[in-house]
Design a protein around this ligand. Structure first.
Ligand code: HEC
Length: 162
């Protein structure tokens, strides 16, 4: 019961803070100037997005190998979302014209996950990784080579299905 009160208290406080913050933004910006402020907000660069892609790429391998298809699908969805964000937020980067290179790789990993096919997953993963590198080479980043990971750098995450 104590926890229910805590939860309610938290919801009320958080709800009003959020409302106050929204009002502050509206008041500070005045009418019409909010749009001008948005471009000055923090926007991750392509390299930062790629660090996220790298993390999901590693986790995807361990999830797929453990035949934890639910987690593998999650990692794949996150990867897709990051590529969508890249299209949206990094459209000033000329390298983006090579981005479609990755599409067939994403599709084949997704198919293998949906089919829960471990050997199909492994080959699709290698195919996709090759496409990461094709894009890096096309974008003059051929020095940045992505491989299939051999050991998880995430000791706090169990990739097995529970
Ligand atoms: C547009 C084509 C393109 C595709 C597709 C692509 N990359 Fe990249 N990647 C780049 C570019 C360009 C950079 C350099 C970004 C910068 O200027 O900071 C980069 C940088 C990176 C970095 C370096 C980040 C760092 O600071 O060490 C990693 C890691 C990376 N990519 C992983 C991947 C992985 C994994 C995939 C595939 C799942 C992938 N990339 C697919 C273009 C691509």
């Amino acid at each position: 019961m104590k926890y229910v009160f805590f939860l309610l208290f938290f919801l009320v406080v958080f709800g009003s803070c959020e409302q106050a913050a929204k009002e502050a933004i509206v008041q500070k910006s005045g009418s019409g100037s909010l749009e001008k402020k948005i471009p000055q907000g923090y926007k991750p660069g392509l390299g930062e997005f790629m660090l996220g892609v790298q993390t999901h790429h590693v986790k995807l391998w361990f999830a797929g190998n453990a035949e934890n298809w639910e987690l593998a699908k999650f990692e794949m969805d996150e990867t897709r979302e990051l590529f969508d964000d890249i299209k949206l937020y990094c459209n000033d980067r000329k390298e983006l014209k090579y981005l479609p290179i990755i599409e067939p790789g994403l599709d084949s990993v997704e198919h293998a996950i949906a089919a829960k096919n471990i050997s199909g997953f492994k080959s699709a993963y290698m195919f996709m990784t090759g496409q990461c590198n094709s894009c890096h080479r096309s974008a003059d980043h051929g020095f940045n080579v992505i491989v299939v990971p051999d050991k998880s750098p995430f000791p706090d995450q169990d990739f097995k299905k529970h």
